[in-house]
Design a binder for this molecule. Structure first.
Ligand SMILES: *Cc1c(COP(=O)(O)O)cnc(C)c1O
Length: 358
């Protein structure tokens, strides 16, 4: 069966190739060329962008290529700048991936369930079907079930590890097998990776041209208010995201502040250690409460806690001025609250409020 024409055929009809996934209009798109990307050097007088000469420095458009920030992120994350996309939160990368690769009303994505809510929302906005595949009872990835849920029109699979709201890391081998067996793009959302004993999959990117890793400065780095997220991938995918993003998606203030905060890696490491220690302490203290059924193991900065009358306890905590997340109606998270690990004082306040219920 192997004559030479079959061979040629198989080289192009099987396996990963970005143009088999990318929407035609995006392939053909001529991106907006901003004044600041046409001329990005140093000059004495800038009269190219219709800016106001007063109120410096905010009168100037930000660097659309975010060169300085990207270089610093590249150093911190040990990745080449051309393999990094920076967005207005990782939510921007999620939205752009769906818009670049999924044809509205035609294509679909596959996600695990339960998981982070933004994949569904971004897909709904773009009229993309979402196929949810339940995790196993111990919140693990069932690789064959995920593959079985895909069709020729499945362009993206979203994984999240450590997963939100379950808190556990997904099996690394299962994730990588999925990446190699699926002909579309597998996105691994590592928003909570800094709190996990598991390593990032970033080292695997070189051998996985169809994998995208998402990370964020919103959690361990304490910059949720700034809105700065990252996607790491092969240059082919990063180039697509850069081509379709708003030219000035990161404003001047974010870029300035990020440059400053990126120098504080040691502080971040201290925060992470403290939060992880608090997480383990809270886990011990929460299981002792009579209405707590189970505290799930967590590799993230939150705990998923199963309780008798979770919604009643949620409402009681609201009255006490303490807000946690009620996940009790979510499949596989029955009667669970998701509790973020706060400062030692905040955690004590929560525990004292819960103890008053005994
Ligand atoms: C919090 C979170 C994010 C962060 O999104 P940003 O837009 O970067 O703030 C991404 N993914 C998951 C799973 C999260 O829980």
């Amino acid at each position: 069966m192997t004559n030479s024409s079959d061979k040629n055929n198989s080289a192009t009809s099987f396996g990963w190739g970005i143009n088999k996934c990318l929407r035609k209009n995006i392939q053909n798109l001529k991106p907006y060329s901003s004044a600041r990307s046409e001329y990005a050097g140093e000059a004495m007088v800038f009269l190219d962008a219709n800016e106001n000469p007063f109120n410096q420095p905010y009168n100037r458009y930000p660097d659309p290529q975010q060169k300085a920030v990207k270089e610093k992120v590249a150093t911190v994350k040990k990745m080449a700048p051309e393999n990094i996309f920076l967005g207005n939160g990782s939510d921007e990368a999620i939205d752009l991936l769906i818009r670049a690769f999924c044809e509205p009303g035609v294509d679909n994505i596959v996600t695990i369930a339960p998981t982070y809510g933004m994949y569904q929302v971004a897909a709904d906005v773009s009229d993309i079907e979402v196929r949810q595949v339940a995790l196993t009872d111990d919140f693990q990835l069932d690789k064959s079930k995920v593959l079985a849920a895909t069709s020729d029109n499945t362009k993206l699979i979203f994984l999240c590890s450590p997963n939100n709201p379950t808190g556990n890391s997904l099996n690394k081998e299962a994730m990588l097998e999925l990446v190699s067996e699926f002909n579309g793009i597998v996105i691994v959302d590592e928003a909570y990776i800094d709190f996990a004993p598991e390593k990032t999959l970033m080292a695997e990117l070189k051998s996985c041209p169809n994998m995208v890793i998402l990370q964020t400065f919103s959690k361990a780095w304490g910059m949720a208010g700034l809105r700065l997220g990252m996607a790491f991938a092969d240059t082919e995918i990063i180039n697509v995201l850069n081509k379709i993003k708003y030219p000035y998606n990161l404003n001047v203030l974010i870029q300035e502040k990020a440059l400053e905060l990126l120098d504080k890696k040691d502080t971040v490491q201290k925060w992470v250690s403290l939060i992880v220690a608090e997480r383990e302490k809270m886990k011990q203290l929460l299981v002792e409460l009579p209405f707590v059924v189970k505290v799930y193991p967590s590799d993230a900065n939150f705990l998923l806690v199963q309780m008798h009358d979770a919604t009643g306890i949620y409402n009681y905590l609201v009255e006490e001025g303490i807000i946690v997340r009620d996940r009790s109606k979510i499949n596989l998270c029955n009667s669970c609250l998701r509790i973020t690990i706060g400062s030692p004082d905040e955690n004590t306040t929560l525990l004292n409020a819960l103890k008053r219920l005994i």
